[in-house]
Design a protein around this ligand. Structure first.
Ligand code: MFK
Length: 193
């Protein structure tokens, strides 16, 4: 089977520029929502992905695979690794474009097993924008920023209005955020898509 992926981005795109208010390289973001499985500080067995602004549109992310993240004995679950890329690419889009967006499509190439105890180092970048469609991709390396390549991912994010979250979110969770806005650890976006 050929491992040559189809052209990326799959449509004609404009260059995606980082927003003038995007934080400078080296800025650590912290979680965006306390209960996010990818980054939330109140999710005991979550990924606790740590993210930081890189150069240009890049984001650097990392998380350590724990016993709670296993698929096969001693190895990270593939879906959970895809989750880490969803989160890292979501942060790339959200922080560098400063626009609310959701994942429309995510594809992941698993190139090497990721053992429990490994730290996965992910770098995500924006690849282009076409209307509301934002294309982004990432690589994940084992145990060091220049460690062995373990995964690649490509994603389409679709820019949405904030109404998306209000209309679709479970009422009790939206109520909890309204009563305790600090559950949303970050809320600094351009409101109008
Ligand atoms: C700092 C903040 C950090 C945040 C980090 C969070 C990381 C986690 C991110 C997530 O996991 S978000 C949760 C998972 N994703 C979702 O729940 C999204 C569910 N899907 C939807 O709500 C809608 O399908 C969606 C908003 C994506 C699109 O619906 P719309 O009605 O708004 O738009 P439409 O369907 O017209 O699609 C817009 C464009 O995207 C294209 N598109 C959408 N889904 C696609 C797809 N799957 N494949 C290819 N193209 C797709 C679609 O063809 C179209 O292209 P054109 O503009 O050229 O016509």
């Amino acid at each position: 089977m050929s491992r040559v992926p189809p052209p990326w981005p799959p449509v004609e795109v404009e260059t995606a520029h980082r927003h003038p208010d995007a934080p400078p390289p080296g800025t650590k973001f912290g979680p965006h929502y306390a209960h996010c499985f990818g980054c939330g500080d109140e999710v005991e067995h979550g990924l606790h992905l740590q993210t930081e602004a890189g150069e240009g549109t890049a984001i650097h992310a990392q998380f350590t695979v724990t016993e709670a993240h296993q698929g096969a004995p001693g190895l990270a679950h593939g879906g959970l690794l895809a989750c880490a890329f969803d989160e890292a690419l979501g942060v790339t889009v959200g922080q560098q474009l400063r626009r609310p967006a959701v994942t429309g499509r995510l594809e992941t190439d698993f190139l090497a097993p990721v053992p429990v105890g490994s730290t996965l180092h992910i770098v995500g970048t924006l690849d282009g924008i076409a209307g509301r469609k934002v294309y982004a991709s990432a690589e994940g390396r084992l145990d060091a920023p220049d460690g062995p390549l373990a995964l690649r991912a490509r994603a389409l994010f679709v820019i949405v209005d904030f109404r998306h979250f209000v209309e679709h979110g479970r009422a009790e969770d939206l109520r909890a955020v309204a009563e305790n806005p600090s559950l949303l650890r970050q809320s600094r976006f351009d409101i109008n898509p």
